[in-house]
Design a protein. Structure first.
Length: 88
């Protein structure tokens, strides 16, 4: 059996540095991102402003609440065994 020769995939077009910076700035404006997204993911040993610490606490509380709601919803499903609360 002879296969038809397929057209090779073209490489991704590259952006100029100016166009890249403009695209990143537009993304940040559209998404409302004001700081590095990893700033609220893990604790740090650096001095962190009080507003950022409060935001991290709100973020962690929201994640915990969401986890509890998901666990409670799963427990209501028939035949589903819930994971222990201390499981990651």
């Amino acid at each position: 059996m002879i296969r038809k020769r397929e057209k090779p995939i073209d490489p991704m077009p590259t952006m100029s540095p100016g166009a890249y910076e403009a695209a990143v700035a537009a993304f940040i404006r559209n998404k409302g991102i004001t700081r590095c997204p990893t700033a609220c993911l893990v604790r740090t040993q650096a001095s962190v402003p009080a507003a950022d610490r409060a935001e991290l606490e709100r973020y962690e509380a929201g994640r915990e609440q969401s986890r509890r709601e998901s666990t409670a919803a799963a427990e209501r499903l028939p035949g589903v065994l819930a994971a222990p609360l201390n499981a990651c």
